[in-house]
Design a protein around this ligand. Structure first.
Ligand SMILES: *[C@@H]1O[C@H](CO)[C@@H](O)[C@H](O)[C@H]1NC(C)=O
Ligand SMILES: *[C@@H]1O[C@H](CO)[C@@H](O)[C@H](O)[C@H]1NC(C)=O
Ligand SMILES: *[C@@H]1O[C@H](CO)[C@@H](O)[C@H](O)[C@H]1NC(C)=O
Ligand SMILES: *[C@@H]1O[C@H](CO)[C@@H](O)[C@H](O)[C@H]1NC(C)=O
Ligand SMILES: *[C@@H]1O[C@H](CO)[C@@H](O)[C@H](O)[C@H]1NC(C)=O
Ligand SMILES: *[C@@H]1O[C@H](CO)[C@@H](O)[C@H](O)[C@H]1NC(C)=O
Length: 317
């Protein structure tokens, strides 16, 4: 027997004794509280006596179900799965080791490994479970900002749906104005209404985490209103709102106002003093001279500061 024949024969023997483990084609999605069947089967029946089938959570290695020496071993199972994880006993002889997990909880969302071990061969597959959901949360309180500031309007999306199958539109509810759009795994800034274009964006790095918060730059007084984050994910849709509050005056604006008022009041007071001193004629000339100088300079200096500060507030935009 030459070497080639030898190799061929051993390959044939391996193929003959071996098996392939099959699982589902993609992640399994089921609602909370429901039962989900995790498929795992081999392409031909196996003798059960020397068979070991192990279902484990992939992350924590927790034992979900064990079949050994012809029977299930509930005593080895982690307690939480005791009444929830079952084999289809009549299917085992057909090489079907699918697992039924009852009363699905949020914590069950994970990957599970089905490992089949027989004397001849072994193999494993991984099954991913997701629970069906679309939860959108917005800002829990209203957001306020001064003219020219930047604001963030919160929108977090928790869903089983893949990012590329999600549509997000941020709209302004009064007037149905489109503020920003996310579609086919892309932000579409050109779809935005003219008054928001170039002033709005997502936090790109945060999108994979489901954070679709909106950044609105250089807020204007007319931006105040109710904004809605509308999410479509497959068959599901949900929304959340964020309120942008009445925009107040910033400290710079208040300072401008203060200097303007100070200039006006100062001018009136000085003028009154001047008239009073003149009419009394008691005071000497230097006091009157000082008052006249103040009347010329003080209000103007105040207005000068007001002007500078006003320039600063506008420069911020
Ligand atoms: C394995 O058994 C389950 C439960 O009876 C069944 O739903 C599933 O179709 C079976 N899989 C195969 C491949 O026969
Ligand atoms: C399902 O799980 C929930 C939460 O763990 C529990 O309150 C409920 O009793 C369970 N229902 C069944 C039928 O086991
Ligand atoms: C927006 O989300 C962040 C992070 O969760 C939180 O700290 C902040 O308070 C939220 N803002 C509003 C207005 O809800
Ligand atoms: C979606 O976009 C992100 C970031 O641009 C990218 O990493 C990811 O591969 C995209 N997914 C698909 C399915 O195109
Ligand atoms: C989203 O990301 C931004 C930028 O990191 C952060 O300011 C904001 O709080 C995040 N929002 C939520 C709801 O986590
Ligand atoms: C927003 O969601 C509520 C339910 O939470 C729904 O009644 C309403 O129609 C939705 N609005 C829009 C514009 O989708």
């Amino acid at each position: 027997m030459d070497i080639l024949t030898c190799i061929c024969m051993s390959v044939l023997m391996m193929v003959g004794d071996g098996f392939i483990v099959h699982g589902p084609p993609g992640p399994l999605v089921a609602p909370l509280g429901s039962s989900v069947v995790l498929p795992c089967y081999v392409d031909k029946p196996l003798p059960v006596d020397d068979l070991e089938v192990e279902w484990r959570r992939t992350d924590s290695e927790t034992l979900v179900h064990l079949f050994l020496n012809g029977e299930s071993r509930p005593e080895a199972q982690q307690e939480d799965y005791h009444d929830r994880a079952h084999f289809f006993t009549d299917q085992i002889q057909h090489g079907n080791f699918s697992l039924r997990l009852d009363n699905l909880t949020a914590e069950d969302e994970a990957e599970y490994t089905c490992k089949v071990d027989s004397q001849q061969d072994s193999g494993e597959i991984v099954v991913q479970i997701k629970h069906e959901r679309l939860i959108v949360s917005g800002s829990d309180r209203s957001v306020s900002a001064y003219d020219g500031e930047d604001v963030t309007l919160n929108c977090s999306v928790d869903t089983h749906v893949q990012l590329e199958d999600i549509d997000i539109s941020w709209i302004r509810t009064d007037g149905d104005i489109l503020v920003l759009l996310f579609q086919n795994n892309e932000t579409l800034p050109d779809a935005a209404d003219e008054q928001y274009r170039d002033r709005v964006e997502f936090f790109t790095a945060e999108i994979p985490k489901g954070n679709f918060s909106l950044r609105l730059k250089s807020v204007r007084t007319e931006d105040k209103g109710v904004y809605m984050c509308q999410v479509f994910a497959g068959e599901l849709s949900a929304n959340a709102t964020a309120v942008l509050e009445q925009l107040g005056f910033s400290s710079l604006h208040i300072a401008v106002l203060f200097f303007c008022v100070a200039a006006a009041i100062g001018a009136v007071l000085l003028l009154c003093c001047l008239i009073y001193c003149r009419s009394n004629n008691t005071d000497n000339n230097s006091t009157i001279w000082n008052l006249q100088l103040s009347l010329v300079f003080c209000p103007n200096i105040c207005m000068f500061f007001a002007f500078i500060l006003w320039g600063l507030t506008e420069g911020e935009c």
